[in-house]
Design a protein around this ligand. Sequence first.
Ligand SMILES: [Zn+2]
Length: 280
Amino acid sequence: MMPPVEAPIHPARQPTEQVAWVKADLHLHTDEDPFDEIDYTARQLLDLASTQGFRVLAVTLHDKVFDDPGVFARAAEMGILLIRAAEMRIDGADVVLLNISPEEAAGLRDFDDLRRLRQWRGNSLLTFAPHPFYRLGGSIGARLKDHLDCFDAIEYCHFHIPLLNPNASAVRLAAAHNIPLLATSDAHQRRFFGQNYSWLGLEGGAELTIDNVFASIRARRIRRVSPTGGMARFIGLLFFIFCVHPILMRLPGAKRMEARKRLGAARGGPGEKGRRAAST
Ligand SMILES: [Zn+2]
């Protein structure tokens, strides 16, 4: 059964509701990513997001915490809450961590490390499982059930069409365990940003802070926007993942060299880095 795709709700349309809805995308890549070729920088993302009314963003580079202070300052000037984050591959599985420091991320090798960090940080850290039941990249797959205690939320992945929606398993698992589902774009190209995201409901009068954003997610005040894609978008994504991106990664450049160096790192597990595909 297809999961519900909820329509966006703008605060102005619900004047009596004691919740302020803010537009958020908490899984994004930019050209600062050490592994993938992206056609926009973090600064360009801010401009793009601002024109579309986003108020909360997380740049989730692969295995690297994005922490350029100039970009964070610019986001604050624009009224956008930019959360320090990363998409880390832990024991072969991708995990998105929000409000994490580079030092904390560097210490994560397995799920027990993650459990210790979560215990230490409490509600100030939020983690979710991206694209958990997709075969591309480092999706956690069935192991998610064994590590549910490591996650505050599960992602509702952007990549689905009418007869192919691996999110169905995530929806069932989330419902069974009362875990929030977040829609994100996982954008690797400018044209795929802004179509898949979540509205987060801040309690009336609450400031736009990381604590309040996390509280809204944990309270499941979430309106997912994740329209079922048409064939043109589906083919465009596949073409980018399997044709355009591999070609870009063969071009000479520092990023490719860094990626190659890191590919040799012992990471193990399913979805090994050497087979990492874009858009994950
Ligand atoms: Zn990603």
